[in-house]
Design a protein around this ligand. Structure first.
Ligand SMILES: Cc1ncc(COP(=O)(O)O)c(C=O)c1O
Length: 409
């Protein structure tokens, strides 16, 4: 018999399934046995999509707005996004520079697809959102992980970036506010990174999907607001999932220099076409019609959950806030005396040396105490957990009580 070829190509063979999805499946399996699991591992809030947004989708269906939309998005939505970029974030963009996508995820994937030549390097700060390196690899690029740690508040600095530059470096990825740390960059810090990008002619892909969720007076500064030069070199990625409680609607966008926007649209035209027409009408209502008080109310609730969770963590022997979160809905937590807390993330090593990593701790915590906290091994941080404050305060308190009981056994 002749040798059969591999069914899958090299890239697909090397592509792991998402660890966050696997952990979520473990939570579901446990729940299916009747266990009351407190889920502090989610990547989405428990709020329902606001009624005014859902109603706009129903209206769109009823009036027959159910056909293909223009590939880059319906004109009104692109205009509304461009306006929002200008008014809220100080980024002057025209509608032609906006591409509406199937979630922020597709905007990122398409950006890498149109920007990278095979072998091009992209600097990715660790800890990173788990999909970034895979997306870069899938687009033919090479993710170059930049370790960060407590000494820089888990933030990229110009020196860290410059230490990794080679002749193949093509782009710099910035996620602000950061998943999984909750860290928010200041304008000065971003300006310093912009300066490096300009000096070395790097395109900046800036994932600002959590830009609407900042607390403690932190400012959501957009990289592209820092001047026309950097704007011409920046692809801003954002979306409606996080700020408007719309994860299932799958609407994101890129705001990019016009030739990048055109290429992303062409790419999308030959792959998925436009994002759901119905969801686009919902997203338009989110920008146009959602009362500001609703958004402010969700933010205030998240902020009070954040303060509660941080206080609970501070009061728990064994758990330490690696850094104080000022944005997103995540806290980044080390396991003091249980799993050695790494000096920095993104450098391989000590988990194997000690035998215990945060993933095995999270697994035991889930199975024995029925509390889910996301291990961040696939976020370039094998010694930490990402703890979400996406559940009501009473559940946070109960969950942290269980964690304390688990730790003191
Ligand atoms: C940093 C970051 N970027 C992008 C996304 C994807 O967002 P969307 O639901 O709009 O695809 C997520 C979702 O978890 C995220 O955490």
């Amino acid at each position: 018999m002749s040798m059969r070829r591999d069914l899958l190509n090299r890239l697909a063979r090397g592509l792991p399934t998402s660890s966050t999805a696997a952990f979520a499946a473990e939570v579901r399996r446990l729940r299916a046995t009747g266990a009351d699991v407190i889920n502090l591992a989610a990547g989405e809030v428990d709020f329902d999509t606001p009624e005014v947004i859902s109603q706009a989708a129903v209206d769109a269906i009823r009036r027959g707005a159910t056909r293909y939309a223009p590939v880059a998005g319906i004109t009104e939505l692109r205009q509304a996004i461009a306006e929002r970029q200008g008014v809220t974030f100080g980024v002057p963009r025209s509608a032609a520079e906006i591409v509406v996508t199937n979630g922020a995820k597709q905007a990122l994937a398409n950006a890498f697809a149109v920007l990278l030549e095979p072998g091009d390097e992209v600097v990715v700060p660790a800890p990173y959102w788990t999909s970034f390196p895979h997306m870069i690899t899938m687009a033919g690029g090479v993710p170059v992980v930049c370790p960060t740690g407590p000494n820089t508040g888990f933030k990229l600095t110009p020196e860290l970036v410059e230490s990794l530059l080679t002749t193949r470096t093509r782009a710099l990825l910035v996620n602000n506010p950061v998943n999984p740390t909750g860290v928010v960059y200041t304008a000065a810090e971003l300006a310093a990174l912009a300066e490096v990008a300009l000096r070395h002619d790097l395109t900046v892909i800036c994932d600002e999907v959590y830009a609407g969720l900042v607390y403690e007076g932190a400012d959501s500064v957009s990289m592209a607001s820092l001047g026309s030069e950097i704007r011409q070199q920046t692809v801003t990625v954002s979306g409606f999932s996080k700020t408007h409680a719309m994860t299932g609607w799958r609407i994101g966008y890129a705001a990019a220099p016009i030739e990048v926007a055109r290429a992303m649209s062409a790419w999308q035209g030959h792959t998925t076409s436009a994002a759901s027409t119905i969801s686009q009408h919902a997203a338009l209502a989110a920008l146009r019609d959602e009362p500001h008080e609703l958004l402010a109310g969700r933010l205030a609730e998240l902020d009070s959950r954040r303060r509660l969770l941080c206080a609970e963590i501070d009061a728990t022997d064994g758990l330490v806030l690696a850094v104080r979160p000022q944005g997103t809905y995540f806290a980044f937590v080390g396991l003091d005396g249980i799993v050695p807390t790494a000096r920095s993330c993104g450098s391989p090593g000590t988990a194997e040396e000690t035998g215990q990593d945060a993933a095995s701790f999270a697994h035991s915590l889930l199975q024995e105490a029925h509390v889910a906290m996301m291990p961040t091994s696939d976020f370039g941080a094998p010694h930490h957990l990402r703890v979400s404050y996406t559940v009501p305060k009473a559940r946070i308190t109960e969950g942290m009580g269980r964690v304390q009981a688990f730790l003191s056994r």
